[in-house]
Design a protein around this ligand. Structure first.
Ligand code: IFM
Length: 456
């Protein structure tokens, strides 16, 4: 089955051409997952540091304390990124590194780090794409109520403006948030992520404050004259009902509302979706939706798998015809095409970047190599889906593989490997996996195909 599918949608020249000549190729990471050096140079404590210190929250008691030591090895890492032949690198700024308490004084050494990093990218011809918030809230703000209180959104806007001033002239894009659904739902409803609450009403309020902070940040940065293209990164999935039964279809609709529309509707329509299956709505103050609905220069879409909606007990399992990743997530590349076409027809969208897509595999180094054919197949099939979406008229401008290198996978610690580059956490040795070589070749083939192609 897998091989048949592979052959059918292999990334051939027409697909490469369909991506267009200006298509940006990149890889992505986030601060807490790779930087380490959590106690160095005046960085403040984050909610993930605090969460990881609690027993049983992160597998094996892992934390981001050392991670990939990118804070100290950033030059080597930029060299590796460059060696992949990519155009762009997506990274996030650790708020507690640049403003240890989340309010008040900035930390010069933290600012200097991102200054150097961005200059280092530019010196190597890499486009810097920054994200302001990838879940590492300063712990001090958590102690004042975290994203459960409106003040945090206001503090975020101050931090955003400071970062806009510092880096705005050199960035290719600036995203306010990465995957607010995860920060809100996993952090405050299921308790799987920091800060670890299990309160769905709080999670709904948090989601609103995250969106509000996005709107306030855009307003503050634009008012201050920051000119970089600004957007937000949302995790999204296509949703499949397990059957045609009304119960499964209703469940699929609720899932789509709570996962995709919950963030898309406020941003692009100025309202939350109404669905009988959604029990918790936030308190919204007058003027909030206007702020949240501020025009965007781009939308980042992170896609890994589809949502399978089954209302029966026990649930009908997803067929997983193409298998699953080491996370247990179904491999379902066509969902990316379907999702992009759906959202493109439902909303008036700015240009889209696939800001994350990737696969965790149980990679091992053998004689200096990592043979991760499954990851290569995964990426090829998803790129083919992006090409199809473009052919159907969706304005997708780039693709960032998640992740550049193996890293701290949140509650799973270091047990899951998403990287194009293998990291040995004992000695921090980096090893390019077969997928990294394949990615480089594919990028080169794309550039060649679009140089001469009439669709370019
Ligand atoms: O590692 C995460 C990342 O931080 C956000 N998006 C999903 C990835 C894989 O789980």
């Amino acid at each position: 089955m897998t091989n048949g599918y592979k052959t059918q949608i292999g990334l051939e020249t027409p697909a490469l051409r369909a991506l267009g000549s200006g298509f940006a190729w990149g890889t992505a990471t986030s601060a807490y997952q790779i930087e380490g050096a959590t106690l160095e140079d005046g960085r403040g404590d984050s909610i993930w540091d605090a969460f990881a210190r609690q027993d049983g929250k992160v597998l094996n008691g892992d934390s981001g304390r050392h991670a990939c030591d990118h804070y100290n090895r950033w030059e080597e890492d930029l060299g590796l990124i460059k060696s992949l032949g990519v155009d762009a690198y997506r990274f996030s700024i650790a708020w507690p590194r640049v403003q240890p308490l989340g309010l008040g004084a900035l930390n010069q050494k933290g600012l200097d780090f991102y200054d150097r990093l961005v200059d280092g990218m530019l010196a190597r011809g890499l486009q810097p794409h920054a994200t302001l918030y990838h879940w590492d809230l300063p712990q001090h703000l958590q102690e004042k109520g975290g994203w459960g209180v409106r003040e945090t959104a206001e503090h975020f806007a101050v931090y955003a403006e400071a970062m806009g001033h510092l880096l705005g002239d050199r960035l290719t894009s600036l995203a306010t948030h990465n995957e607010p659904w995860c920060a809100a739902t996993l952090g405050h409803a299921t308790g799987k992520f920091a800060p670890g609450f299990k309160d769905p009403q709080l999670a709904a309020q948090v989601s609103h404050h995250l969106l509000l902070s996005h709107g306030l940040a855009l307003k503050a940065m634009r008012a201050a004259g920051v000119r970089v293209p600004m957007g937000i990164v949302l995790n999204q999935s296509s949703v499949s009902a397990a059957s045609d039964s009304p119960a499964d279809i209703a469940k699929a609709r609720t899932e789509y509302c709570s996962f995709v529309r919950w963030y898309m509707d406020p941003i692009f329509r100025g309202e939350y979706p109404q669905d009988p299956g959604i029990a918790h709505y936030p308190v919204v103050q007058s003027g909030d939706m206007e702020l949240i609905q501020a025009p965007l220069d781009f939308l980042g879409v992170n896609y890994y798998t589809r949502i399978w909606a089954s209302a029966s007990k026990p649930e009908t399992p997803a067929p997983k015809l193409l298998g699953e990743s080491d996370m247990g997530w179904e491999i379902y590349p066509d969902g990316l095409r379907a999702l992009l076409i759906d959202i493109n027809s439902e909303y008036a969208l700015p240009p889209i970047y696939i800001t994350e897509n990737g696969m965790a595999c149980a990679d091992v180094v053998q004689d200096g190599s990592v043979h991760d054919q499954q990851r290569i197949d995964y990426v090829r099939m998803h790129l083919a889906s992006v090409a199809k979406a473009r052919e159907a008229g969706v304005d997708v401008r780039g693709y960032f593989y998640w992740s550049l290198m193996d890293n701290f996978e949140w509650e799973a610690g270091y047990s899951k490997r998403f990287g194009l580059i293998h990291v040995n956490y004992e000695n921090q040795k980096r090893t390019l996996k077969d997928s990294a070589h394949w990615y480089r070749n594919t990028i080169a083939k794309h550039k060649e195909a679009t140089r001469s192609g009439e669709h370019a």
